[in-house]
Design a protein around this ligand. Structure first.
Ligand SMILES: Cc1cc2nc3c(=O)[nH]c(=O)nc-3n(C[C@H](O)[C@H](O)[C@H](O)COP(=O)(O)OP(=O)(O)OC[C@H]3O[C@@H](n4cnc5c(N)ncnc54)[C@H](O)[C@@H]3O)c2cc1C
Length: 454
């Protein structure tokens, strides 16, 4: 080892040659994990490239209404951090982008990022929404609203989006997909920001450390057809979040087809702790988000009857047990039971279950059933693992180097994990892990900085 070479925290040598690399970090995924990690690294004085696949950062937390157990409004605590990312002089935000090529080693990674064409020039777009209003094709289920509302082909992902810029979805835009449309959006844009000739761009980066914060997918309830997800009054936890959100399509009014539900049933552990769908693990958030959602129904529809079917209630975090007790005091009925079937009766549904405490079968009619769908690895988890040379855990999430002693490291030095891409977790644990990952990255970047200046 020559005098300019240094060891990182685990004794891995960062060679003098890498002193030419500018001490920058790459964060992949702009949910709360990536946002927190990017802010911490940037605040420590290092350049951060934050790559987000969607048009805006925010991830799943941006879709939530209130957050357990404190009932903070999710947008109120997330939006300031998103704005900080957008304004931070050390953060370069690459949204609507993905890493497509990656190689190198700790202290010197080579990264190629593909920026998908927005068909809207970001520097000209003011986020006024005129193109969105003008778009004639308004029939696409909104991904952000979990399909509870529709969006147009020209859209802004959500009102607090960062960056607050429109995007034209090439898969559904009538002009881009079929060449048939009066290009009304283009005529509506007073700044001339729309450009149908826009092409994808490739951006090459060289960074010293990488944080993977690609998050999770919600479990697909179609894989449990007996739970009747195709009925309009059976929805998922994420859909409920959009229904109850003040910024959602119903402005926070919990209603289906304009009618407030009177009998509401929540079913926990949908797709978690369930070998039949290959997910033996606990998703760690569903017990508490169900308690939160049951509380919101009680609060907004006081005359509603709310029942939760559960296997066990896992209220393990700070303030969780107290919150669960509060919800029961508010009148939510918890029944230990396993649900075997949901079927339609008129415009209501019937939940058929076994009360496992009484050992009795039962049937319960409901106007609304909410399936507490679990957290599963993202559909492209294997592709990302292959690209970054990461190991997977038996549950399908990315593997940490050691579950106790190196919980944010991967076996690929210089690449760290943050948030639900490593396994299910709530927001406090996600933020804590993101901060740990950021500090590990900062150690590497500091060494590179020392090399450059010595
Ligand atoms: C219904 C529901 C309710 C919940 N309620 C609460 C609650 O009340 N309180 C609480 O503490 N927790 C709650 N949670 C859990 C909370 O949502 C998670 O803890 C949190 O969202 C995890 O953040 P993350 O950044 O790890 O992942 P995500 O939020 O999934 O963010 C990942 C980001 O990475 C991006 N991405 C993915 N792949 C790529 C790629 N290859 N390249 C670039 N970008 C990529 C995604 O687009 C996304 O923006 C709830 C979860 C659900 C499902």
């Amino acid at each position: 080892m020559d005098e300019k070479s240094l060891k990182n925290e685990r004794g891995v040598v960062i060679e003098a040659e890498r002193s030419k690399v500018s001490p920058a970090a790459l964060v992949i995924g702009g949910g709360i994990a990536g946002i927190q990690a990017a802010l911490d690294i940037a605040d420590a004085g290092f350049k951060v490239y934050l790559v987000e696949r969607e048009p805006s950062i925010g991830g799943r937390m941006a879709q939530l209404d209130k957050t357990f157990p404190t009932l903070d409004c999710s947008a109120c605590i997330l939006t300031p951090k998103m704005v900080d990312v957008g304004r931070h002089p050390n953060i370069e935000l690459l949204t609507y982008s993905e890493v497509v090529d990656f190689h190198g080693q700790v202290g010197d990674f080579w990264v190629r990022v593909k920026k998908k064409p927005r068909y809207v020039h970001e520097e000209l777009c003011t986020g006024c929404g005129l193109c969105v209003e003008a778009c004639v094709w308004k029939k696409i289920p909104s991904e952000f609203d979990a399909g509870v509302a529709m969006r147009s082909a020209a859209y802004i992902q959500f009102p607090q989006a960062v960056p607050l810029k429109a995007v034209i979805d090439e898969k559904t835009c009538l002009y881009l997909a079929r060449g048939k449309c009066g290009r009304k959006c283009e005529q509506a844009c007073e700044r001339g920001a729309i450009d149908f000739e826009m092409k994808e761009e490739l951006v090459d980066l060289r960074v010293g450390a990488v944080i993977v914060a690609t998050g999770f997918d919600p479990f697909d309830p179609h894989l449990k057809p007996e739970l009747g997800y195709d009925y309009p009054n059976v929805i998922t936890g994420l859909e409920f979040e959009r229904l109850s959100s003040a910024s959602g399509p119903t402005r926070g009014k919990i209603s289906l087809n304009g009618k407030e539900p009177k009998d509401v049933v929540f079913i926990q552990c949908v797709g978690s702790r369930d070998q039949t769908v290959g997910h033996e693990y606990c998703s760690r958030v569903c017990c508490m988000y169900t308690a939160k959602q049951a509380h919101l129904v009680e609060e907004r529809i006081p005359e509603a009857n709310v029942t939760v079917f559960y296997m066990d209630v896992r209220a393990f975090g700070k303030g969780f047990e107290e919150f669960y007790d509060r919800v029961k005091r508010e009148g939510v009925m918890y029944r230990r039971g396993s649900v075997s079937e949901i079927y339609k009766r008129g415009d209501r549904v019937v939940v058929r279950a076994e009360d496992t405490l009484l050992g009795e079968p039962l049937e319960m009619e409901a106007d609304l059933v909410v399936l507490a769908t679990g957290i599963v690895p993202r559909a492209d988890v294997k592709d990302v693992a292959a690209l970054l040379n990461l190991e997977g855990s038996p549950d399908g999430f990315f593997a940490e180097a050691h579950p106790k002693m190196r919980p944010v490291d991967t076996l690929n030095d210089g690449i760290y994990l943050a948030g639900c891409c490593q396994g299910p977790k709530d927001i406090p644990d996600t933020v804590a892990q993101a901060k740990a990952a950021a500090s590990s990255a900062i150690v590497v970047l500091r060494q590179l900085q020392v090399q450059r200046t010595s």
